[in-house]
Design a protein around this ligand. Structure first.
Ligand SMILES: Nc1ncnc2c1ncn2[C@@H]1O[C@H](COP(=O)(O)OP(=O)(O)OP(=O)(O)O)[C@@H](O)[C@H]1O
Ligand SMILES: [Mg+2]
Length: 208
């Protein structure tokens, strides 16, 4: 894994910019935080349960004394990524920026739970590269599309079927399932508590 400074903005060139080295390593922060920063990356269709699981896990971690933070796709698009749409290039930039934020937070000693549809393998691979494969845990929320559409918590499938949302993942845009995720959770067969427990277990090796 290269240094974060080597992964520039899409098409951007940091000319005449010299990264300034700090004096404190992430190892020293880890000791203070009592945990090694890591990113749990939840990917899956809209309505699969990513946000619901992410925020449940955040509460569970806090209850057990572990600091964590959710980066949620919808929320990121309201602020940092508010200028981005849903073209493949904008989706990639959405993931790139979010992964950079996750990496910075990991380096600061924080557990980060990312909830992004992140439909393309290439974009998730980029996130893995930015975050560092040692700290990147990919969890595939594999809830079947039919159930996601039945749940339709935001009414988006209905709009997509009516042709009101172009390039909607699972309806009119592709979703590429992970080939080798650290774990797969199907919320049609697992309760929220069961799925949350499985995610929690993935993070246990990070606790010091
Ligand atoms: N076992 C379960 N785990 C998680 N969510 C569940 C479960 N059973 C039912 N649900 C429901 O499924 C819905 C999942 O919606 P949620 O917003 O979490 O999906 P999402 O993957 O974040 O979608 P989006 O990509 O659009 O943000 C919620 O209404 C939640 O209550
Ligand atoms: Mg969500």
């Amino acid at each position: 894994m290269g240094k974060l400074e080597q992964i520039g903005a899409a098409g951007g060139v940091a000319q005449h910019i010299f990264p300034h080295a700090g004096h404190i390593g992430k190892e020293q922060r880890s000791v203070l935080a009592g945990q090694q920063g890591a990113t749990l990356w939840l990917t899956g269709l809209s309505g699969a349960g990513k946000s619901t699981l992410a925020y449940a896990l955040e509460r569970r971690l806090l209850a057990e004394g572990h600091l964590s933070c959710v980066l949620d796709g919808d929320n990121m698009r309201h602020h940092l990524n508010g200028d981005l749409g849903f073209s493949p290039r904008d989706r990639q930039e959405n993931i790139r920026r979010s992964a950079v934020v996750a990496r910075l937070m990991n380096d600061a000693g924080m557990m980060v739970i990312c909830a992004f549809i992140s439909p393309l393998r290439s974009d998730r691979d980029m996130a893995r590269q930015i975050i560092g494969s040692d700290n990147f845990i990919e969890a595939y929320i594999s809830t079947p599309c039919a159930l996601c559409e039945e749940r339709d918590p935001k009414g988006l499938y209905r709009k997509a079927r009516a042709g009101l949302i172009p390039a909607f993942t699972g309806v009119s845009a592709p979703y590429e399932a992970p080939l080798a995720p650290a774990l797969t959770l199907d919320t049609s067969t697992l309760s929220l508590e069961q799925a949350c427990e499985r995610l929690f277990q993935q993070l246990c090796p990070c606790f010091i």
